[in-house]
Design a protein around this ligand. Structure first.
Ligand SMILES: NC(=O)c1ccc[n+]([C@@H]2O[C@H](COP(=O)([O-])OP(=O)(O)OC[C@H]3O[C@@H](n4cnc5c(N)ncnc54)[C@H](OP(=O)(O)O)[C@@H]3O)[C@@H](O)[C@H]2O)c1
Length: 265
């Protein structure tokens, strides 16, 4: 038995696969999402717990944080996330707030709930699910559907996780950010403020250009075993991450008291 794993967004897609794989690895799984019937069916199948919660609601987040802080918890997977795609000037402002809550505030709060106890017990891991869109910025192709806020939240998850991993590098804790590309799930069927209806999910079109959620989780768990902080499931050459670090070091070198020559008169 590997302890208890709490997986948010476990009623569908990548989170459901994490739940199944972690149960196979011997974890007791605690499944968090809004759709109660799906969660209970999966929890029964895996011998785990269903923790029905709307992570956009503060009181529910408090309940989940309490469960995450319990001493049996050895792994937290912050997977729940929504996209809120749309033209920035037109998309509902409340939906954008919800994207930030779900994708930024909640993973931060749950990580904060998990880490102190894990440090005390000398054991534990956190996986945060971001996206390759964290690295897309203004890159082509045209950024449709529009995604500035979503990409921004995932950029936060990458920077937060990498920085925390560096802070905790001398401890037994493992901290990972998993950055999938386009993945075949229900994700693109809703902006996220309401769950996808079962019949919509069942009628979902094939996504031939998408990676399977199974492959995403295979990469993430292999990366966890290997101690990788940044996992990009489709990335053949992991040296790309080292080159990113080298570019960051060059930019970070601009933190000095001397103004760059091109800004001087
Ligand atoms: N699919 C992709 O192409 C892709 C690519 C890169 C990164 N990602 C990231 O991967 C993660 C998982 O996405 P997915 O593709 O597996 O999406 P998905 O199939 O839509 O699953 C999303 C999960 O999040 C849960 N969720 C949504 N809103 C919630 C809320 N308010 N409270 C609690 N749970 C909530 C959903 O459950 P309920 O509806 O039952 O609450 C569901 O279990 C996300 O963080 C996403 O940003 C996805």
């Amino acid at each position: 038995m590997s302890g208890t794993a709490v997986v948010t967004g476990a009623s569908a897609g990548i989170g459901e696969v994490y739940a199944r794989r972690l149960a196979e690895r011997g974890y007791h799984v605690v499944l968090v999402a809004r759709r109660e019937s799906r969660l209970r069916a999966l929890a029964d199948e895996l011998g785990g717990e269903a923790l029905v919660a709307d992570l956009a609601a503060g009181a529910d987040v408090t309940r989940v944080a309490e469960r995450v802080a319990a001493e049996d918890v050895t792994l937290l997977v912050n997977n729940a996330g929504i996209n809120g795609y749309g033209s920035f000037g037109e998309v509902d402002a409340e939906l954008l707030s919800k994207v930030i809550t779900l994708n930024v505030t909640v993973p931060t709060a749950l990580t904060r709930a998990a880490v102190p106890g894990m440090l005390d017990r000398g054991r534990g891991a956190v996986i945060n699910v971001a996206s390759l869109l964290a690295f897309a910025g203004a890159l082509p192709p045209d950024p449709l559907p529009f995604r500035a806020v979503y990409a921004g939240t995932k950029g936060y998850v990458v920077t937060f996780t990498r920085t925390l991993a560096a802070e905790l590098a001398g401890t037994p804790l493992k901290i990972q950010v998993c950055c999938p590309g386009y993945t075949a799930t229900e994700f693109h069927l809703t902006a996220g403020d309401t769950s996808v209806a079962d019949e919509t999910a069942a009628a979902k079109r094939d996504e031939p250009h998408a990676m399977s959620a199974e492959d995403v989780v295979t990469a993430s768990l292999a990366g966890l075993d290997a101690g990788e902080v940044v996992v990009a499931p489709g990335l053949d050459d992991p040296a790309a991450v080292d080159r990113l670090v080298a570019a960051e070091a060059e930019l970070r070198g601009a933190s000095r008291p001397v103004l760059a020559a091109r800004y001087r008169e």
